[in-house]
Write a protein that binds this ligand. Structure first.
Ligand code: NOS
Length: 338
């Protein structure tokens, strides 16, 4: 048994089925693998050892986390890297019971450092297909832009990713430093993604406040990533409940990036009690020293039982109806609801 942050987790025997909708694939690469990838690509990381990397992952605040995220993920460069990242994470998540996951990745950040669009998108798309074959996890992809990106490049990103709609790309998001720019700066990119058949899955209400969530609701998102701060605005909270919008909540991430001080301060219990459907994800598990099993245990401690996390996952998944019915059947068998 492992004890951290007051949470005790057990090694998984035969884990119950899980759905994960919020995980940045670049942030899943465990330290030893990241160092190996950097070496084979001749890329310098800011540090050279697993221990140093772990220390770098002790984030001082949200801005520090975003800086470290960008610095360390730069070493991913080839289609093989991207493919490996998806397959490795699917294997890890399957070990915790994952049956369906949506992986985020940030292609424009790689393109700005000289990697081609096709290299990135072919790698992730191949990886998603291979992950399903090799590990039995359905993997869908939700690329995103960040709020410091040049809007023209964001639009190009949207144009590039919609071409992969038949290869697993189902959504388009925005993340990164939430306070750097309003989401409206990227309205054109969102429109391109939507016209191309992708659902919108923006980050908001993580480092920013309830106004930031209100703003993204104007783009009619399929879900909101994090969305924690809706808890500060009763009217908005009601709207989220009434519209049935799923929030993709990642408790340990919020603790490690210090947007909450302790797990006991986390808004998840209040959100759940208000009737918000909250999916539970790892966000960047390698950087936050967590995993899917642990995150569902944390959520349970915060009042969200695995059955509710699973139901929110089914409700929020950007999948076809055949897949949704299969996920429902798996949930009914494991958790006993109909
Ligand atoms: O928890 C998170 N919140 C916001 N952005 C994140 C998070 N994890 C990873 N990224 C990623 O940080 C990049 C750099 O700005 C973005 O591309 C975003 O996808």
């Amino acid at each position: 048994m492992l004890e951290r942050d007051g949470v005790t987790t057990r090694a998984a025997g035969s884990p119950a089925p899980k759905i994960e909708l919020h995980v940045h694939l670049e942030g899943t690469v465990r330290p030893d693998t990241l160092l190996a990838i950097a070496r084979r690509n001749g890329q310098r990381l800011p540090v050279d050892t697993v221990d140093e990397l772990r220390r770098l992952y002790e984030f001082t605040d949200f801005a520090n986390f975003i800086r470290v995220w960008s610095m360390t993920t730069n070493c991913l460069r080839t289609a093989d890297d991207f493919r490996q990242v998806v397959v490795d994470y699917a294997a890890e998540a399957a070990g915790h019971g994952a049956v369906y996951l949506e992986g985020i990745f940030s292609p424009a950040e790689r393109v700005m450092r000289g990697v081609g669009w096709a290299e990135i998108l072919e790698g992730y798309a191949d990886g998603a297909a291979a992950a399903e074959q090799e590990h039995g996890v359905v993997v869908r992809l939700t690329p995103d832009i960040d709020r410091e990106l040049d809007p023209e490049l964001a639009q190009e990103c949207a144009r590039q990713v919609v071409r992969y709609r038949d290869r697993g790309v189902v959504g388009f998001g925005i993340g990164g430093p939430e306070l750097a720019a309003p989401a409206s700066r990227y309205a054109r990119a969102f429109a391109i993604a939507r016209e191309g058949g992708l659902a919108l899955v923006p980050h908001a209400g993580e480092a920013g406040g309830s106004d930031s969530v209100r703003e993204v609701l104007g783009f009619d998102p399929a879900r909101v990533r994090h969305g924690l701060r809706v808890v500060d605005d009763p009217g908005l909270l009601k709207e989220i409940v009434d519209r049935g919008i799923v929030l993709d909540v990642c408790p340990t991430s919020n603790l490690r990036t210090r947007v909450v001080e302790t797990l006991d301060d986390h808004p998840l219990p209040a959100l759940h009690a208000a009737g918000v459907r909250c999916s539970v994800g790892t966000d960047d598990p390698a950087m936050f020293d967590t995993d899917l099993g642990r995150e569902w245990t944390v959520a349970e401690r915060l009042g969200v039982p695995p059955s509710a996390a699973y139901e929110a996952g089914v409700a929020g998944a950007l999948c076809d109806e055949v897949t949704r019915r299969r996920l429902e059947a798996l949930g009914a068998a494991a958790y006993g609801y109909s």
